[in-house]
Design a binder for this molecule. Structure first.
Ligand code: UZR
Ligand code: MG
Length: 247
């Protein structure tokens, strides 16, 4: 290969480099059932990593907009199935962020089940990328981009009660429609897709956001890893040798 400097070496090496390559953002996947406390866990991690640039990317942003036909019977649409998401676009987005470039993330409207046609959220390059969602461990290619995988494990009765509260209070739904959707789609998809993806987790957090010890341990680990990345930036020779080994 024809390398002309450190920069092109990085670019040429990136498709083959392992997920722990220095100088690349540290990617954390946070999964778990609906209303398990994923967002709370992410917020706590972000708060404690205040010295670093951290971005949160939610899998919800990659929901496909419903067609006119599907919109007519929303209650028949399965939002909990892996096919409800545009995984190719999610993959592209994480790859781009991981390569250090900024990206435009779609904006999804939960009320109308549509994507905004003209606005995006600009997400800039950062030290840590957190990818959160019920099915972020489903696709192997997305999983392979993660340096750390966290599964938030909260009892189903607690999750259901929180889901009822959230959908009625925040999303203007009535209890019976929430329960119907839960029995028809949410619970089966949890059993078929989400729970089986727990085996890919590096860390399983019981009780979600209430588990301060687990969050402290996770943050310590991330800080150690980021510190190692910084060392590689200070001693560029070490970095070059590592990159050369990966080719
Ligand atoms: P969390 N969801 C909706 O209710 N409406 C939409 O337009 C898109 C998604 C729900 C989805 C899933 N399912 O259970 C939940 N249903 O959002 C995932 N039914 O979000 O991880 O925050 O619980
Ligand atoms: Mg959430």
């Amino acid at each position: 290969p024809h390398f002309s400097g450190l920069h092109s070496l990085t670019a040429a090496a990136s498709p083959f480099s392992d997920v722990n390559a220095p100088n690349q953002p540290f990617v954390i996947g946070v999964s778990g059932g609906t209303a398990s406390g994923k967002t709370t866990v992410c917020d706590m991690i972000i708060q404690q990593l205040h010295d670093h640039r951290v971005v949160l990317v939610n899998q919800d942003s990659f929901y496909r907009g419903l067609t006119a036909e599907e919109s007519k019977c929303v209650h028949k649409y399965n939002f909990d199935h892996p096919d409800a998401f545009d995984t190719e676009q999610l993959l592209d987005c994480v790859l781009t962020l991981k390569s250090g470039q900024s990206v435009q993330v779609p904006i999804y409207d939960f009320k109308h089940h549509q994507r905004s046609s003209d606005s995006f959220r600009q997400v800039n390059a950062s030290d840590v990328i957190i990818l959160e969602g019920i099915l972020v461990f489903h696709d192997q290619r997305v999983r392979n981009l993660m340096n750390m995988k966290i599964f938030v494990d909260t009892d189903a009765d607690l999750r259901l009660s929180r889901r009822i509260r959230r959908d009625t209070v925040e999303r203007g739904r009535d209890v019976s429609s929430v329960l119907e959707q839960y029995a028809k789609f949410v619970k089966p998809a949890f059993d078929d897709f989400i729970l089986p993806s727990k085996k890919y987790a590096d860390v399983i957090i019981p009780r979600g956001g209430d588990n301060h010890v687990a969050i402290d341990l996770i943050v310590q680990h991330i800080q150690t890893k980021l510190g190692q990345h910084d060392l590689c930036k200070i001693y560029p020779n070490t970095y070059v040798i590592q990159s050369t080994f990966q080719i």
